[in-house]
Design a protein around this ligand. Sequence first.
Ligand SMILES: [Zn+2]
Length: 366
Amino acid sequence: MKKTICTVLTLALLLWLAFALVSCGEKKEGIDYLVLVNKENKLPDDWEQKLEVEIVKNSFGDDVEVEKEACGAYMKLKEALAAENVYIDLDSARRSVAEQQKIWDDFTVKYGEDYTKRYVAVPGYSEHHTGLALDLYLNIDGNDVYENEDMVEYPEIWDKIHEKLAEYGFVLRYLEGKESVTGYGYEPWHIRYVGDAKTAKEITEKGITLEEFLNKLPVTDVTPPADDEAEQETEETEETDETGDGQNPVMNFIGPYASGRARALVEADGMKDAKITIEWSNSAFELRKWEIKGEFDAETLSVTYDDALVTDISYGEDGETETKEVVSETDKGSIIFSDETLSFIWNDELIYTENMEFTWSFTPEE
Ligand SMILES: [Zn+2]
């Protein structure tokens, strides 16, 4: 008897394994689950050749294509939500360029050009081409709710969905208040698979976008420095003109900035470096000061640093410096400027580890 049960169980396990191997959820070699496709980053040319999709039939009987591994994750997410009486379905996931063109045209007719430009990606520049981006819709009391304007009426249901995303490797992609970073308005229904729960949790806990997360990764494809540049690294010599137009590219962004109780001053330092001083004050007598220096990357409009000097300064009633305490000499982070808004976003490790608000958006001070 025991043996029979054991055989049955083994068979069941083997069947399950065989099923798991050929179905939804298989990890696909060569797929970069952190690929960035947005209004400025086009789908990689070889993506379509590498991509393997699964078909999911939604409640309307439509076939929705999802990348294999993301599909498995979505099925688990859906099941976990259903166990809590939250019912989701797939409106669309992977779209071809031709399909995207059709959506663009339909939206223009339905909502006008301004709305379309804000919410719909230019064909070739849609995250949906990856198969990793999923648009959900809701089923509430047995009724499908799928129009954008109707779906936004259920924030408490979206909250329940968003809470579960990271556990299954998904992030909410277009966050509220991050329009200047993602290029899109808030979309509670658009989720993105990033490959694993650990990454998804990190992104979610930091409250950042994929764009911001990727800027913190080490740059791997830097062009090797030319000989004369390599020599220059040994030095504090006089700068020579290497940028071509004789100007440090950070020049476009120099000046004072503010963000709540924090103030920043951006200065050019030599031909390539930026110097950014940020002061955050808790009261009239205390402030924390960051002295950040680093090369300004003219392509990404960003400064990445790993040796910022952070000091706490307390003032006496007379306004004279009383105490100065070094908090860190190796603080890491990044500053990303925006060409369009002339503002910048600041991610800082020290602030993050101290559990304060960790992504700050600074705008030019009048
Ligand atoms: Zn979408």
